[in-house]
Write a protein that binds this ligand. Structure first.
Ligand code: FAD
Length: 351
């Protein structure tokens, strides 16, 4: 039987960044992830927006989240001699008058100042998008090419014999007082669940925390006439993927936890894209994934209250690119017993 320090279930953004920080600390890691075409983490645009949402709420712990993302991805980029992370301004447009007023009030308070470059008039963007109320250009926003990043990191793990392509089930897990065994193949000191929406079906976790979910759908489209050095956002947004292709999303569905794309999701997205873009576009693909969230919109990580060998890292919601790298580094420290998890994101905050 193979022995490792940490078994990680899932190689989305959570499992990828956690395995990165642990390997960097010299911890022996094995990731279990089933083979798939596009994990939930890769269906999004990969945007890290420091003032996301209708209310322009500043990102939780922004400096730490930004610095961890840059540090981790820069190191992985050096290894692969390629770029996955791009500092990219967001051309952010107001959805309605109410949102514009809200922005003007918040802007006066200067809390947003460090994230705003300048105002954008409807005229200067009319060649690309319809944005009658104008908007602004952000600073300190990023684009992570998630599909390419996750694929490359998977190759790294496979090459280092640190990933098994297999389908984990709770029935394969056996616990003793100091360790955990998976599938009679692997013994680990800890198992960390980074399995995205599968957590909803895990009897080990599903009754312990107030899990919520929001299914999201997205499109890939081609457009020759759009710039590739900007993210465009008017409630929905698109980001460049390269070669004049773009990822556009997303929808929110709270009553369907299956990861299958729907005809209604496609219709909504196509109509939103037609309303926003003023250039010809060709839709190439349709994707969907399920986001896990909690009532306070923050992730949850930490050990199981009864089984100290089992840990959880989930609830990245709509902000996986921003949250995953920093919180994975916190979790890597916590697994070595060296640091504590901030109370706002500790899973024990739900009692
Ligand atoms: C349409 C859409 C658009 C989005 N856009 C953005 C965006 O622009 N910016 C942003 O920051 N976030 C965005 N998000 C959110 C982001 O994708 C999530 O926060 C992120 O995917 C969560 O990562 P995760 O690692 O927790 O889960 P996941 O990405 O779901 O990864 C879980 C992994 O576990 C594996 N797994 C699950 N069950 C098993 C099992 N039983 N056995 C083996 N392996 C298993 C899966 O294969 C997968 O690889 C978007 C989400 C969606 C759906």
């Amino acid at each position: 039987m193979r022995s490792v320090d940490v078994l990680i279930i899932g190689q989305g953004l959570a499992g990828s960044f956690l395995s990165f920080w642990l390997i960097r600390r010299g911890v022996d890691v094995l990731v279990v992830d089933f083979p798939q075409i596009l994990p939930a983490s890769a269906t999004g645009t990969g945007t890290f927006n420091p003032i996301a949402g209708y209310r322009f709420t500043p990102f939780w712990n922004f400096p730490d989240c930004r610095d961890a993302l840059i540090e981790a991805v820069t190191e992985i980029e050096r290894f692969f001699n390629t770029q996955f992370l791009f500092p990219l301004p967001i051309a952010r447009f107001f959805k309605d008058e109410e949102q514009k007023k809200r922005w003007e009030r918040r802007n006066l308070e200067t809390v947003l100042a460090e994230f705003i470059d300048r105002f954008l008039s409807p005229e200067e963007v009319a060649q690309w998008v319809s944005a009658p109320l104008g908007g602004f250009l952000t600073r300190q926003s990023f684009l992570l090419q998630t599909e390419k990043f996750l694929h490359s990191w998977r190759q790294f793990l496979l090459h280092h014999d640190a990933l098994i392509e297999s389908h984990y089930t709770d029935a394969q897990l056996e616990l003793d007082h100091r360790s955990v065994r998976w599938n009679r193949q692997v013994r680990a000191r800890f198992a960390v669940f980074c399995s995205g929406d599968s957590i909803l079906r895990s009897h080990i976790w599903n009754s312990l925390l107030p899990f919520q979910f929001a299914k999201g759908e997205s499109l890939t489209f081609a457009a020759e006439l759009l710039p590739e050095n900007l993210i465009f956002n008017r409630g929905v947004h698109w980001a460049p993927l390269g070669n004049h292709t773009f990822r556009f999303g997303a929808t929110y569905q709270w009553d369907d936890a299956t990861a299958l794309p729907t005809a209604e999701g496609y219709r909504q997205l196509r109509s939103a894209l037609q309303n926003f873009a003023t250039v010809p576009v060709t839709i190439l693909a349709h994707h969907s994934g399920v986001r896990i969230t909690f009532p306070d919109h923050l992730p949850a990580l930490g050990p199981h209250p009864q089984y100290s060998q089992l840990w959880l890292f989930t609830g990245l919601g709509t902000k996986g690119v921003g949250y995953a790298p920093f919180l994975a580094s916190v979790l890597a420290e916590a697994l070595s017993g060296k640091d504590s998890i901030p109370s706002e994101v500790h899973l024990n905050r739900f009692g």
